[in-house]
Ligand binder design. Sequence first.
Ligand SMILES: *[C@@H]1O[C@H](CO)[C@@H](O)[C@H](O)[C@H]1NC(C)=O
Ligand SMILES: *[C@@H]1O[C@H](CO)[C@@H](O)[C@H](O)[C@H]1NC(C)=O
Ligand SMILES: *[C@@H]1O[C@H](CO)[C@@H](O)[C@H](O)[C@H]1NC(C)=O
Ligand SMILES: *[C@@H]1O[C@H](CO)[C@@H](O)[C@H](O)[C@H]1NC(C)=O
Ligand SMILES: *[C@@H]1O[C@H](CO)[C@@H](O)[C@H](O)[C@H]1NC(C)=O
Ligand SMILES: *[C@@H]1O[C@H](CO)[C@@H](O)[C@H](O)[C@H]1NC(C)=O
Length: 442
Amino acid sequence: MGLFLSLERSLALMLISLITVCTLSDCYDPLDPNGNITVTFDINQWIPEGYVARVTIQNYYQYRHVDKPGWKLGWTWAKNETILSMAGAFATKQGNCSSFKFQTPPHSCEKSPVIADLMPDALSENMPDGCCHGGLLAAWAINPSKSFSSFEMTIGNLGANPNVQAPINLTLMAPGPGYTCDLIEDTDPTVYPDIGGKRQLQAYRTWKSTCTYSSFIANQAPVCCVSLSTFYNPKITSCPTCSCGCREADKNTVSCIREGYSAPESDSFDNNDIVQCTDHMCPIRIHWHIMTNYVTHWKVKLTISNYNYERNYSNWNVLIQHPGFSQSTTAYSFNSAMLPSFGFSDEVALFWGIEYYNDELLYAEEDKVGAVSTQILLRKDLDSFTLRNGWALPRRIYFNGEDCQMPLPDTFPMLPNVSSSLKPTNPVFLLCIYLTFKRLFT
Ligand SMILES: *[C@@H]1O[C@H](CO)[C@@H](O)[C@H](O)[C@H]1NC(C)=O
Ligand SMILES: *[C@@H]1O[C@H](CO)[C@@H](O)[C@H](O)[C@H]1NC(C)=O
Ligand SMILES: *[C@@H]1O[C@H](CO)[C@@H](O)[C@H](O)[C@H]1NC(C)=O
Ligand SMILES: *[C@@H]1O[C@H](CO)[C@@H](O)[C@H](O)[C@H]1NC(C)=O
Ligand SMILES: *[C@@H]1O[C@H](CO)[C@@H](O)[C@H](O)[C@H]1NC(C)=O
Ligand SMILES: *[C@@H]1O[C@H](CO)[C@@H](O)[C@H](O)[C@H]1NC(C)=O
């Protein structure tokens, strides 16, 4: 009776937490609940019929970066604004400027301009600080100094007594769809340090909007899956079949086309990948191998494999949730950092490549995949460490911020029956794990 009650209770608890996580995952990532990309417009100077503004795009996502081909920022002007000039970025269309006579042609007369970043080699004089990264923004936890981008624009055509208004309908492609931006609102003016921090300058007016990512809106097919193995069992648990799509019936083809985003209204952002044909069809596979069990430590080998034929991943990152990361953790061939776990009982560690060594995950060739790997040494918490019940296997893995498909717990490599003293698997524990992972398949 007691067992039955506790089973029922944990079932109910699991269901409640499942529902919360499922609802939340459509809105934001529970492992990075404060992540966002903030877009700030700082007006720093009034000019006749307009103003000069500095626009800053700041990526506050811990492990979600803006990759090639880079961000594109769009909005709709509230009035008759015209971009007279721009430094550090460019509007993709000049639009109809035919009504501007006898003056330098404006940079863009579009009602809804779209702005893209310049490449680093476009640097010339008068470029604002923090400009020209080819639209790339690093993740906040990895490289805060490269997590923002700035450009300057001079706005005119607002009439003699301008009553300036923030633009509306901000859109951020970073790259492709997935981001939703709030209304642009007036906030406290930005303060800048001057004279080495001894003096503070203040913007005349500051407008802000935050943009948040949802893989549901991005309509992103899963990009990665997880496979597992251990030293104590020869069985290798492969990625779940059809994790990222199903391979065609013809098993002889070597390369398959995997469809990524499907967003017809996006600016022809094509994310179809040519990948090696596998049963999981994922462009990325992450393998967790439990290598060694020492007295005070245990060791894992982590391998990230790229099954794309044409795509390298620069500045890749992998996020892993595992209770073992609460103890001292050393990754030999990757950079690593612990992240706040926001009330989850299992710790979260972020891994990324070492510059000029393995920060580029190369594409696959013929029958060989591109891969990077590291060994990770973890200290044991002797109270919780166990090889039983799949405890030493990861709970959740993300690649570049996207949730990876985990195998089901009933396929995990199990400890062999060395002695009859080994307790049988606790059914409640298995059920809980099963429910947690089931979420990933819905
Ligand atoms: C955006 O992220 C920053 C940094 O995490 C945070 O301070 C700010 O409150 C966030 N904004 C919103 C609207 O969530
Ligand atoms: C925009 O310009 C047109 C023509 O110059 C003018 O009629 C109109 O009132 C202006 N609109 C605003 C919102 O200022
Ligand atoms: C361009 O703008 C002018 C003046 O606003 C207008 O007369 C003309 O029809 C526009 N041309 C096009 C192609 O829209
Ligand atoms: C802003 O976006 C909304 C929703 O897409 C649209 O209905 C509205 O017309 C847009 N406003 C302007 C001025 O473009
Ligand atoms: C991937 O990286 C390799 C080696 O740096 C380079 O030769 C190749 O052109 C890159 N491929 C793509 C698609 O960027
Ligand atoms: C382990 O023991 C259980 C129960 O005694 C048995 O059902 C199972 O087949 C055994 N597994 C292996 C791998 O020997």
